[in-house]
Design a protein around this ligand. Structure first.
Ligand SMILES: *[C@@H]1O[C@H](CO)[C@@H](O)[C@H](O)[C@H]1NC(C)=O
Ligand SMILES: *[C@@H]1O[C@H](CO)[C@@H](O)[C@H](O)[C@H]1NC(C)=O
Ligand SMILES: *[C@@H]1O[C@H](CO)[C@@H](O)[C@H](O)[C@H]1NC(C)=O
Ligand SMILES: *[C@@H]1O[C@H](CO)[C@@H](O)[C@H](O)[C@H]1NC(C)=O
Ligand SMILES: *[C@@H]1O[C@H](CO)[C@@H](O)[C@H](O)[C@H]1NC(C)=O
Ligand SMILES: *[C@@H]1O[C@H](CO)[C@@H](O)[C@H](O)[C@H]1NC(C)=O
Ligand SMILES: *[C@@H]1O[C@H](CO)[C@@H](O)[C@H](O)[C@H]1NC(C)=O
Ligand SMILES: *[C@@H]1O[C@H](CO)[C@@H](O)[C@H](O)[C@H]1NC(C)=O
Length: 265
């Protein structure tokens, strides 16, 4: 009970008046602990994550507590010198020791579900550390290209699917001035699909287009080449012709059948 009060109050007291809140308990100001640290961390989806509260070693620590808030789902992991361990977190989150005896939180296969606020409180002889670490997952997108037909126009689409945070996509081409629109979709899993739609003029039926994307997970830009050949355009013409022809045939046949039915009645 007492510890929770101290932990909750510590950062605020410290912000208001670092020395007065402790001088009654401690004779020496240089022992006033480093109190509240705010940090932001990113982890790649699928990789194991490690979070450190401080670099104090366990043998000096009285309590070590993580209070975790994953989008409103709260859980707690604690280790105290004279109390049983507590851990009601799911997904295999555990406290571990380094060989030097420093405690850290281990999160296996970090994912979007593990995003949230990780508040740790470490109380040791002579002070306490509190850190609030906001943790995000990074998901590299899947890069692809395709040809789309929309409203009688042809588009080359450069797509970076399921990225977190969203990727940036663009087309690199050399031989005409581009008309490009960007479309983004928020996926239900928290990822974003980014697309760059490049309007292809009718007279362009072949050539190479390069779809380029950059993402926080990548140190370099990634690219995919889309090879347009006369073939794909011819295929489009052929498919269109087949569709038109089918419509004509179906109409003719139905007309014929209708006439036949009328005749027999
Ligand atoms: C305060 O503590 C530090 C180390 O703990 C020590 O070096 C220093 O002399 C102390 N100062 C006073 C005024 O006691
Ligand atoms: C602990 O971390 C602090 C800063 O975060 C650093 O100044 C100090 O050297 C570290 N101590 C050890 C033993 O690594
Ligand atoms: C705690 O452990 C570290 C590393 O094993 C050691 O250097 C340090 O002296 C120990 N401190 C105490 C108070 O036992
Ligand atoms: C937990 O996180 C959610 C959003 O992820 C936030 O709305 C809520 O206020 C947080 N709860 C606490 C107690 O911080
Ligand atoms: C874990 O335990 C804490 C404290 O006892 C409680 O507030 C929290 O709701 C529990 N979470 C789950 C998922 O059981
Ligand atoms: C870390 O190591 C200490 C000393 O070996 C041990 O008492 C403690 O239970 C360990 N904690 C965890 C979470 O493994
Ligand atoms: C997608 O999410 C972002 C940020 O969460 C928001 O600003 C944007 O309006 C959303 N877009 C759509 C199409 O819902
Ligand atoms: C497109 O790229 C392919 C292979 O990368 C190459 O063989 C072809 O010559 C290129 N076409 C043009 C028009 O640059």
């Amino acid at each position: 009970m007492e510890i929770w009060w101290i932990i909750r109050t510590l950062p605020f007291l410290a912000l208001l008046s670092p020395s007065s809140s402790f001088s009654s308990e401690r004779q020496n100001d240089s022992e006033v602990p480093e109190l509240l640290a705010l940090r932001i961390k990113h982890f790649e989806e699928g990789q194991d994550a490690y979070l450190r509260c401080s670099n104090k070693t366990w043998n000096n620590t009285l309590h070590h507590i993580w209070k975790i808030n994953n989008s409103g789902v709260h859980c707690l992991i604690s280790e105290a010198a004279n109390k049983p361990r507590h851990n009601n977190c799911t997904g295999g989150m555990t406290l571990r020791n380094t060989t030097k005896g420093e405690l850290y939180l281990y999160i296996p296969h970090f994912g979007i579900k593990d995003e949230g606020t990780y508040k740790c409180e470490e109380v040791y002889r002579g002070g306490a550390d509190v850190a609030i670490i906001t943790v995000f997952a990074r998901v590299p997108p899947v890069l692809s290209t395709r040809l789309e037909h929309d409203g009688g126009q042809r588009f080359a689409v450069c797509s970076a699917a399921r990225g977190k945070p969203e990727a940036t996509v663009s087309w690199e081409e050399e031989w005409w001035s581009p008309k490009v629109t960007e479309r983004s979709t928020n996926n239900t899993d928290g990822t974003v699909t980014m697309e760059s739609w490049l309007l292809l003029p009718d007279d362009i039926t072949q050539g190479n287009l390069t779809c380029v994307a950059s993402h926080a997970s990548w140190t370099h830009k990634h690219s995919v080449v889309m090879e347009m050949t006369d073939g794909s355009f011819t295929l489009f013409i052929t498919l269109s012709s087949i569709i038109v022809l089918s419509v004509v045939i179906v109409t003719a046949v139905s007309t014929y059948v209708c006439l036949k039915i009328n005749e027999t009645q």
